[in-house]
Design a protein around this ligand. Sequence first.
Ligand SMILES: NC(=O)CC[C@H](N)C(=O)O
Length: 275
Amino acid sequence: MTRTRAIVITGNGTNCETEAAHACRLGGFDEAVIAHIAEILSGEIRLDDFHFLNLTGGFLDGDDLGSAKAQANRLKYAALHGSDEKLVEQFTRFINDGKLVLGVCNGFQLMVKMGMLPALDGNNLQQTVTLCHNDSGRFQDRWCYLKADTASPCIFTKGIEKGMYLPVRHGEGKFLTDTPETLARIEEGHLAVLKYSDQSYSAPAMEFPANPNGSTNAIAGLCDPTGRLFGLMPHPEAFVHYTQHPRWTREQLPEAGDGLILYRNAAEYARKNLS
Ligand SMILES: NC(=O)CC[C@H](N)C(=O)O
């Protein structure tokens, strides 16, 4: 059995790479490498050598042109240094090889703007959904309840019975689809993995502040039909240990934070299927 390897891409404005790599190790990956995008563009580090790709939160290119838009174009159209190989070929191969991708916040924005999600018609990198400015017109920094769709094919959320409590911190988290048909297909396929909800994890929350951005159908996280590609606006890497919970000194909490299960499931999947 080979070692399970996660990669976290940093550079151009990401800011959660250390936490993401820590979450991967805590979740059970044998190795988690933080790679600068320049090392990938130079060909020094190749995605082919990993099982789990993490696209993290941050302010890629300062959110100019809309969050993650410039990086989405860079990753789709840039060629590797001194070579005709396009970087996007590595991404496509990574996905087609049955590997795992997790995009958190700015990373989720990057995945949808590259067209990696929801991939309703296969991995053709055509953008059909977006994340735009919060209805409040303000950056939202708060903890949210997220109801999980237990019928979802998502590999990362397996075993979550009700939902998760995680922090959001974003200015552009409002989920929109290009057409009502796209939304219907997302719902029918149970691809809207996580929805903002109230504390009881019952109905999706359409009202602020439980729904922090005005997302269509309260969608907070989305997977592709294979369940191996997953993106979400809340930050699972920011709640992997109970001391990260806002009320940890007052409540009795289990040692693992709610976000850790996503990384545990990814590590288990990689161990069983990819290594
Ligand atoms: N925390 C983040 O990744 C923020 C994403 C993006 N910069 C936004 O504000 O929407």
